[in-house]
Design a protein around this ligand. Structure first.
Ligand SMILES: Cc1cc2nc3c(=O)[nH]c(=O)nc-3n(C[C@H](O)[C@H](O)[C@H](O)COP(=O)(O)OP(=O)(O)OC[C@H]3O[C@@H](n4cnc5c(N)ncnc54)[C@H](O)[C@@H]3O)c2cc1C
Length: 382
């Protein structure tokens, strides 16, 4: 990448986000470390904490405009849980707006369509859905690369046992390690794509063992994720029943800007793979194919291969009172009602230029301080 004039960065979450580097991950002792393992499990013995598993929250209960608890079920008849101070809703970007709407907070017309009494008209609930997408070009790699080698049946079985015992190794790692946050045009102030090198085409790679099964064609892909999509989707109720999944209208690639960014990113991937340092690994383009050069041909490939990167945000967005679409205020309190906050990815007004898990954890820590009424920390000198 350096030879192709791309920068290198030690830490894309540090002062220089631009450039290629190794992926960062939420790990402890070499294993993925979930928010539950980090925060909930150590607190389970507290006398003021009760965890109900396999419970479906059906709605928030109100006394007038004050949230006083929730109604939930665990397979049997639903019961109420009362809140002494406030209700904290953390259902995520799809389910937090669904629960608000089921509880009477949302666009009055949509609520009435489903026979739900309006507690507070807030038309922004469920709107402003933003998510990262990705699409990849796939390239041939000379046979015998590390991914193909490690996927031989006997090796992969041993790797899985090793990983299961917590000893690390091939099966404990993700098949992508090198990434870059890059600008596809000098006009943007910050990187507008993430480029991810991925070992082996995910659709064709599988365990192999001679003489029973031949090895798959060794390959690698370069995945492009536009960081700041401008189109917005929305989440709507399918019905007034909490068991019914909400309807997700993603509206991906709803703006020309998003198409242009994705095309520029994919063309950058092509150029990079053709650079002398990478050519030694192979580089013949398998998909969409080197002859597919026009915008229309690249768009056809994007349409056929793109998918979500699972970073939905924005459906209960934070904003000032002057913003009619804002659902929560600067302290994450739902506007117009008392005793109710939303603390999850849904409150982000816009997508950040990276993955969402760590920022949500950071927001939850900040929310804990707000709930406890702690003063904001003084600005840090970083
Ligand atoms: C497949 C996948 C891969 C991802 N990979 C990455 C990654 O590599 N890096 C990264 O940074 N981010 C990643 N993310 C995104 C990251 O996981 C999310 O941004 C983050 O978990 C959002 O946190 P949240 O608290 O908003 O919602 P969630 O983590 O979704 O938590 C919401 C919780 O509410 C529960 N819930 C919802 N409705 C109800 C109800 N009615 N009753 C009871 N419980 C309910 C849900 O079961 C869930 O446990 C990934 C997401 C997915 C889906």
């Amino acid at each position: 990448a350096r030879d192709a004039q791309y920068p290198f960065t030690e830490d894309y979450n540090g002062e220089q986000p631009d450039g290629f580097t190794w992926m960062q991950a939420t790990l402890r002792h070499g294993r993925r470390w979930s928010a539950a393992a980090a925060y909930l499990h150590p607190a389970l013995k507290r006398p003021n904490l009760t965890v109900k598993t396999k419970a479906l929250v059906e709605r928030i209960e109100f006394d007038g405009e004050r949230a006083i608890g929730i109604r939930y079920g665990q397979g049997g008849p639903s019961v109420s849980a009362r809140a002494e101070c406030e209700v904290i809703l953390s259902g995520g970007t799809i389910n937090s707006p669904q629960l608000l709407m089921l509880s009477g907070i949302g666009d009055p017309a949509h609520l009435r369509d489903h026979g739900i009494d309006v507690v507070m008209p807030l038309r922004g609930v469920g709107q402003n859905l933003a998510d990262h997408t990705s699409s990849a070009f796939i390239f041939r790699r000379h046979d015998g690369g590390p991914f193909q080698r490690n996927m031989r049946f006997d090796r992969v079985v041993l790797s899985l046992i090793r990983a299961y015992l917590g000893k690390g190794g091939f099966a404990a790692d993700l098949p992508f390690g090198i990434t870059g946050f890059l600008k596809t045009t000098p006009d943007v102030p910050a990187p507008d794509i993430q480029m991810l090198f991925w070992m082996g085409a995910t659709t064709t790679a599988s365990p192999w063992l001679p003489p029973f099964k031949k090895a798959f064609t060794d390959s690698f892909s370069v995945r492009i994720m536009p960081m700041h999509p401008t189109s917005r989707g929305h989440v709507a109720l399918a019905s007034s029943r909490p068991e019914d999944a909400a309807i997700i209208h993603q509206n991906f690639f709803g703006t020309e800007e998003e198409w242009e960014t994705m095309r520029r990113g994919l063309r950058m991937a092509r150029e990079l793979v053709a650079s002398p340092r990478l050519k030694v690994f192979g580089g013949e383009e398998i998909a969409p194919g080197a002859d597919k050069q026009s915008d229309a041909e690249i768009d056809t490939h994007i349409r056929a291969t793109m998918g979500t990167v699972h970073h939905p945000v924005g459906t209960c967005k934070m904003g000032p009172d002057t913003d009619p679409e804002a659902v929560v205020d600067g302290e994450l309190r739902v506007r117009g009602v008392d005793g109710l906050r939303v603390v999850d990815a849904s409150v982000m007004p816009d997508l950040i230029g990276g993955a969402t898990n760590a920022p949500v954890i950071m927001m939850a820590e900040k929310a804990a301080d707000m709930i406890l009424g702690k003063e904001p920390l003084p600005p840090a000198d970083v």
